[in-house]
Design a protein around this ligand. Structure first.
Ligand code: SF4
Length: 341
């Protein structure tokens, strides 16, 4: 049984953050968000959600639909394995608190269409989906309104974001300002908490680590699988034979060493690479061993949670109940403010 959340008496505020149900997470997700989530739970009241309704905006086939539930399970296992603590945080699935859809509709009454069409990520998504602004589904246009509803339904005042997500948060703030101006003070304006996560380049050495590009290393991969994948990593393209000194500064294997190897070993890698004293295969094996060491405690915890059937479901149901209590209070207040009761 999952028990009530423990909050520090000096809690700084309420954080809301979410992830789309993409299944098992990778190193980029860990260093880009999850590690930060674990740290934030020490100081804030944290509400973390699996944003499955957002995932529906880009779903294309029954196969995608069939993957949602297993993906939620696998992803939340990674959250727990990383140290996100259901005793401190509220963890739940977005669609299990239907009040968010009500609030989405109500907030859309104060959101000009022009604001949504100007969002840079909207235009980018339309291009990626090979659609036009006229043919794209309405859910995608309203994505930032649903994001705003996600945040303000729980009166969250702080949202951890990367630099690229700042325009979304600014839009949420504008929607909140408009709502408060028209209907009276109801929601806090959410503040950005900028996360300075390193950009994790994938094994192809060119693009951000991403599952869709298949250039990633899953947190839950076996040590053997991790080694196999690291051995495929691109290195310094000029180092075509072992006797040519390498250039660590252009090699992504070296960037990954800086993240996962102890500082003295990073120094050795640099020295031995630039003097051709080490080959790239040995260098990658060395990196894989250090990534495996780094992930070992997380993988052990994951195994433990995996051996507790029903635990993830229990955590999410428990979190959903807590989230719903807050959501219903907010919707009650919104109905009053908007003259609906
Ligand atoms: S030795 Fe290591 S750091 Fe140098 S180019 Fe090869 S993989 Fe990269």
């Amino acid at each position: 049984m999952v028990t009530g959340s423990q909050q520090s008496p000096t809690v700084k505020g309420t954080i809301l953050s979410g992830m789309r149900p993409t299944g098992r997470l990778h190193l980029g997700n860990y260093l880009g968000a999850l590690e930060n989530w674990v740290a934030l739970q020490q100081e804030y009241r944290c509400i973390y959600t699996v944003v499955d309704i957002h995932a529906l905006t880009t779903i294309e086939s029954p196969k995608d639909v069939a993957e949602i539930q297993p993906n939620i399970h696998e992803m939340v296992l990674d959250w727990l394995a990383a140290g996100v603590d259901p005793e401190r945080c509220i963890l739940f699935v977005q669609s299990q608190v239907p009040e968010v859809m009500t609030l989405h509709t109500l907030l859309s009454m104060v959101t000009p269409l022009g604001w949504l069409l100007r969002v840079p990520t909207f235009k980018e998504k339309v291009r990626q989906m090979d659609e036009t602004e006229e043919s794209v589904n309405y859910g995608l246009v309203g994505y930032p309104v649903l994001q705003t509803a996600d945040i303000v339904l729980y009166k969250a005042d702080t949202v951890p974001v990367g630099q690229d997500q700042l325009p979304h948060l600014e839009l949420a703030r504008e929607i909140v300002r408009r709502f408060n101006h028209r209907f009276g003070d109801t929601f806090p304006e959410p503040q950005a908490k900028l996360t300075e996560a390193p950009l994790i380049v994938g094994l192809d050495g060119r693009q951000k680590m991403s599952k869709s590009l298949d250039n990633h290393i899953e947190l839950a991969a076996t040590p053997e699988e991790t080694t196999r994948r690291v051995l495929t990593a691109f290195t310094d393209p000029q180092r075509v034979t072992r006797d040519i000194p390498g250039r660590p500064e252009v090699c992504n294997v070296y960037s990954l060493h800086k993240l996962f190897s102890p500082p003295d070993e990073v120094g050795t890698v640099y020295e031995e690479c630039t003097t051709a004293a080490r080959g790239c295969v040995d260098c990658k094996r060395h990196l894989a061993a250090n990534i495996n060491k780094y992930l070992e405690p997380l993988r052990e915890r994951r195994q433990e949670y995996q051996q507790r059937p029903g635990y993830v479901k229990e955590v999410l149901e428990d979190g959903g109940k807590k989230a719903r209590v807050i959501a219903q209070q907010t919707i009650g207040e919104v109905y009053e403010k908007m003259g609906l009761v």
